[in-house]
Design a protein around this ligand. Sequence first.
Ligand code: ADP
Ligand code: MG
Length: 222
Amino acid sequence: MNIHEYQAKKLFRHYKVPVPAGSVAFTVDEAVDAARGLGGYPLVVKAQVHAGGRGKAGGVRLANSESELLQAAEEIIGMTIVTKQTGVTGKKVGKVLIEQGLNIVRELYLSIIPDRSSARIMIVASLAGGMDIEEVAASMPEKIIKVMVNPLIGLQPFPQRQLLFGLNLDKTIARDFSALLSRLYQLFDEKDCTMLEINPLVITAENQLVALDAKIDIDSSA
Ligand code: ADP
Ligand code: MG
């Protein structure tokens, strides 16, 4: 079962994984209310559909004022979004996430997925966040770091250090990354996830690590 970004971010909050402040809106009026509740611009309007690639397809818009927000919400709610992952017929947008716009300095990639052949959990991280990970794997494989975790043992310090080293993070961010990864791993384990992906995981101008996007698949048979 694939859940929406705003639902995945709710789970992240529950596990103390930092996400931008935000709330979901089903209508343009609700979007304006949500924006007022967030108390300040810039804000971002994000189509909530079960597909990535929304940014490139016009499903993620930055708003610097209420009139820009209104316009973005009017255009996105009800639009049919077509991305690489929706197929040609696309997906109709029924709701949007209104969230705080962050000042992004670096975009990283992080995912946790089961590796069936080895019965291990694979953690994938990359310096090239915000891009299609398959494309990064094909054109810049050196930018991808993979570590395996034995689910019976759990996440150990050594693979954590391999990730920190590969991502070339400074000290404060490295500490935050370790805490974030432990919490994500716990979420992945407790919620029977079959996939968890953050693309991008960003470092902000204020030197904070924040999950800007959130994708989770849950094993609904569990
Ligand atoms: P998708 O993966 O479906 O394209 P994302 O949530 O990854 O959607 O957003 C696409 C891009 O939009 C991000 O890489 C980032 O550059 C920008 N973006 C998304 N959310 C925010 C935000 N809250 N603040 C600033 N920029 C954002
Ligand atoms: Mg994304």
